[in-house]
Ligand binder design. Structure first.
Ligand code: IMP
Length: 185
């Protein structure tokens, strides 16, 4: 693994760094306009959403608080959702009466977000919305309302810009499709 060429494991670049940057600025502007005069609490879901959260928060021109949760939905290095969601790190502060925006890297089956929405609603926020950079609608198992979507992508396993396979590839600046050989080996 130490000698691995990250770029060689990527079959195709789906979204370039520039395309992602432009989309994040656009999402930030829309979120700013939709919440004028309000304060937002951005709740990001580690670890995959880390680069998106860092960029999106700076594209939003409002008073924002941030909080971080960590959940696990995939066991080990598998590319299939287990349907099991575990909270590894909870919120640090109360979201009661706050306008909350969940910042997610990718919605795949939707099981993680579905669980998270129910969990956070139980904490009595004033409102909850969702902003996801990537959406794979072909794989959805639960119906979800996603308020802000960056890109719809085909049913392929992608890595980069926070997304991993076996904890690797998160630091790629683009989003790319992983060669099947990279996860079958
Ligand atoms: P869901 O519960 O199936 O919607 O899965 C959501 C989580 O699975 C995401 O937050 C990612 O961590 C992970 N995931 C889903 N699809 C991909 C992918 O194509 N590449 C990397 N991680 C993914």
């Amino acid at each position: 693994m130490t000698e691995r060429d990250l770029h060689a494991d990527v079959a195709e670049i789906l979204l370039t760094e520039d395309e992602i940057g432009a989309k994040v600025r656009d999402l930030g502007a829309r979120i700013t306009a939709d919440h004028a005069g309000r304060r937002l609490t951005l709740v990001s879901v580690l670890k995959g959403s880390l680069p998106f959260m860092a960029d999106l928060m700076r594209a939003i021109d409002l008073p924002v608080r941030i909080d971080l949760m960590e959940v696990s939905s995939y066991g080990g290095a598998s590319t299939e959702s287990s349907g099991l969601v575990r909270i590894l790190k909870d919120l640090s502060a109360s979201i009661a009466n706050e306008d909350v925006l969940i910042v997610e890297d990718i919605i795949d089956t939707g099981l993680t977000l579905n669980y998270l929405m129910r969990y956070l609603r139980g904490k009595n926020p004033r409102s909850i919305k969702v902003c996801a950079l990537l959406d794979k609608p072909a794989r959805r198992l639960v119906e979800l309302d996603i308020d802000y979507i960056g890109f719809e992508i085909p049913d392929e396993f992608v890595v980069g810009y926070g997304l991993d396979f076996g904890e690797i590839y998160r630091n790629l600046r683009f989003v790319g499709v992983l060669r099947p050989e990279a996860y079958e080996s």
